[in-house]
Ligand binder design. Structure first.
Ligand code: ADP
Ligand code: MG
Length: 232
């Protein structure tokens, strides 16, 4: 199956419930969650630690299968796909910025993006140009594009993470606590960047955060409490 022809319609979660084993019983991490995010829409999910935000992103990213409910990416129901098809869906349609930065210590910023290219088989010069343009567009100057992670600040590393998530031209962009390691001003700049990206790349963007001060640039904010998602 190829998903490349599917129209961009964004992300939809329908009645999604996720539980984890918890001693004799089960812990409900996501409780009948409904969420629709259209292309070009920047949605924030705010909630305290342990409320289920990362679980929500893991399910939306098709990395975690829900106990029940549906996850639709551009209208494709992830639950109906084989493992391989789901991997393809992720690669072609999802951009994920994890809470823990997983940049490779030995690679420069440009190489962090290009390492994905080996899977995709695009022409090397074109791929490099695209990587440099994306890093430029997230505000990482040319000289810094040749630095390794330990030679970059936390905010700059976060920008590399975001550029990397954009490299595959995703339809849905999922971002977990992008500001947690940053001071307020740098955090606000990253949120601003995500708002701009959502417009220019027309992504259906979901950012989760426990930092409510940073939500001025979002189109919509939802609250997560004990696995339940409610309007703010
Ligand atoms: P948040 O990102 O909002 O801090 P999480 O989604 O990480 O919340 O966690 C939601 C709840 O699920 C928490 O009570 C957490 O302890 C629990 N949890 C998360 N991951 C697992 C797991 N792999 N196994 C068991 N419980 C988990
Ligand atoms: Mg979390």
């Amino acid at each position: 199956m190829t998903t490349t022809t599917a129209v961009r319609t964004g992300l939809a979660l329908r009645g999604v419930t996720l539980t984890y084993p918890d001693g004799e019983s089960r812990l409900v991490a996501l409780d009948n969650v409904e969420l629709t995010v259209a292309p070009g829409e920047f949605t924030a999910v705010a909630g305290p630690s342990g409320s289920g935000k990362s679980s929500l992103l893991a399910v939306a990213a098709t990395l975690q299968r829900p106990d029940s409910g549906q996850v639709l990416v551009d209208g494709v129901d992830a639950g109906t796909l084989s493992d391989r098809e789901r991997t393809t869906l992720r690669r072609e349609r999802l951009g994920i910025v994890f809470q823990q930065s997983n940049l490779l210590a030995s690679l420069t910023a440009v190489e962090q993006l290009l390492v994905l290219e080996s899977v995709r088989g695009r022409r090397p010069e074109r791929a490099r140009r695209r990587a440099e343009e994306l890093l430029d567009s997230v505000g990482l100057a040319a000289a810094k594009q040749r630095r390794r992670p330990h030679q970059l600040s936390g905010g700059e590393r976060q920008r590399v993470n975001i550029a990397r998530a954009l490299f595959g031209n995703p339809s849905v962009l999922l971002v977990d606590e992008p500001t947690s390691a940053l001071d307020h001003e740098r955090g606000a700049q990253v949120v601003e960047l995500l708002a701009d990206i959502t417009r220019t790349h027309n992504t259906a963007t979901v950012m989760v955060t426990h930092d409510r001060d940073l939500l001025t640039r979002t189109d919509r904010t939802l609250e997560m409490h004990d696995g339940r998602l409610t309007p703010r």
